[in-house]
Design a protein around this ligand. Structure first.
Ligand SMILES: Cc1cc2nc3c(=O)[nH]c(=O)nc-3n(C[C@H](O)[C@H](O)[C@H](O)COP(=O)(O)OP(=O)(O)OC[C@H]3O[C@@H](n4cnc5c(N)ncnc54)[C@H](O)[C@@H]3O)c2cc1C
Length: 403
């Protein structure tokens, strides 16, 4: 039984508590019975299946605004976090399916014109139309301002040439939100476009096999013609579109890590209370209790960072760059420590393929890399701290930092 005492914290309202109970029940009934049997065989089929189930159950409605079939007027970050946290406790693949519907449509919700919103968002909420977010390139994902894929104006269209890699849902997505260069003006020379997967000139050139189940691959754009109406935000606003979208979803990456960590602690508590060594149960040894205490502290601290950032965003903060980066950095690093400690408490059983902690060990790793590696989160936090300091003393010019 998961510990739900954090739901009494002041960050949550009655709807959040109801959602937490509802998603917990649904995951136990619908996802848990199929999780281990679907994920490893065919990651793409599992992703499509999970998106469909999440859509049917109505949970994807939390990923889009009310006017387009969603449940709240704007994206509610606390709801997104609660859903990711709960899915991740049972299945990393189901969590990714949910996260990508949000990330791959978030820029449309935030910056799309009315026509684009009406065309894409209700389909995304159904779970039958798969979304993707294409920013990273082979020359480097951290330095977003260096994106080299170009979008050249040609009459009523832009023509995209270049490539993207490590794109989640490549090959199963129905649309990609693509960041491309429309001028040489560094970060201010990027623009964002919604590109339908069947657009001529767009191909999936490679599928990438990861440590944990995750549909992901490489895209090529070769004279790919996209109408001007597919642009998100204004010309040259692509960097802003990307960063504002990540501002929302970075806290949710922390929430997925928190889900992995909570599950790891549950597994460790259960193992520690049953396994005997040297004539007593493991959890009576003070060295094991030290691990359990450190895990619990990491978990509560992660939850505080995550739900602070989410609450701030939901209650009207324009940007939560610093808080979301702190949440992502702390929770993903902490989850890695918590999962490792749980494995240690399990001894040899912790690395047997198919055990819960073995799954967590593989699944937790990517979260310290995607949507901005931990090193990049630290640079973002430092630039925000410096900015506050310089604003206070009347200086300016913090560096623009990336993915
Ligand atoms: C599972 C998974 C899913 C992903 N899904 C998507 C997706 O859907 N869409 C998408 O666009 N991208 C996606 N990515 C790509 C991801 O965002 C990038 O991998 C990430 O931004 C890092 O870029 P990179 O791999 O090119 O590493 P690099 O940028 O080459 O960096 C390599 C290492 O160097 C460090 N580093 C870089 N610059 C600095 C610096 N200035 N100071 C200190 N250290 C630094 C980084 O922290 C990193 O550890 C995904 C990646 C993974 C693993």
């Amino acid at each position: 039984m998961p510990d739900t005492s954090f739901l009494d914290w002041p960050f949550f309202d009655t709807d959040h508590r109801r959602l937490a109970a509802e998603i917990d029940r649904w995951v136990a009934q619908t996802i848990a019975p199929i999780a281990s049997s679907t994920e490893h065989d065919d990651v793409e089929a599992a992703a499509v299946r999970y998106a469909g189930l999440l859509g049917e159950a109505g949970f994807l409605r939390y990923a889009i605004p009310k006017a387009y079939g969603g449940l709240r007027d704007t994206l509610d970050v606390r709801s997104l976090c609660l859903i990711r946290e709960t899915l991740a406790r049972t299945s990393g693949a189901a969590d990714v399916a949910f996260a990508m519907q949000g990330l791959g449509s978030g820029s449309i919700s935030l910056f799309g014109g009315e026509e684009l919103k009406r065309r894409y968002l209700p389909k995304v909420a159904s779970g039958k139309h798969i979304a993707a977010f294409a920013m990273t390139e082979s020359s480097g994902g951290s330095d977003v301002a260096s994106v080299a894929t170009t979008a050249r104006e040609d009459g009523s269209a832009y023509v995209l040439d270049g490539g993207k890699t490590f794109i989640s849902n490549a090959g199963i997505a129905h649309h990609y939100v693509v960041f491309a260069r429309t001028s040489d003006n560094g970060a201010k020379g990027l623009s964002a476009f919604v590109v339908d997967a069947d657009t001529k000139g767009l191909t999936v050139t490679e599928k990438i096999d990861l440590l944990a189940p995750h549909p992901i691959g490489t895209l090529a754009f070769d004279g790919c013609r996209v109408s001007k109406g597919q642009m998100l935000g204004k010309l040259g606003e692509g960097f802003k579109v990307g960063m504002a979208t990540l501002d929302i979803f970075r806290s949710t990456v922390g929430a997925a890590a928190l889900g992995f960590a909570r599950r790891a602690l549950d597994e460790a508590l259960s193992q520690g209370d049953h396994r005997e060594a040297f004539g007593q149960i493991l959890s009576e040894f003070q060295l094991v209790q030290d691990k359990l205490a450190t895990m619990a502290i990491d978990i509560d601290a992660s939850a505080l960072f995550i739900y602070r950032a989410a609450w701030l965003k939901d209650t009207g903060a324009a940007r939560v760059t610093r808080e979301a980066s702190m949440a992502k950095y702390f929770a993903t690093e902490a989850a890695q420590r918590v999962v490792d400690a749980a494995q240690q408490i399990h001894g040899g059983r912790g690395i047997v393929v198919g055990s819960a902690v073995e799954r967590l060990y593989r699944e937790v790793r990517a979260l310290r890399i995607y949507e901005g590696a931990s090193d990049i989160q630290k640079l973002v936090i430092a630039s925000q701290v410096l900015k506050s300091h310089r604003d206070a003393v009347g200086q300016s010019d913090p560096t623009l930092l990336g993915n």
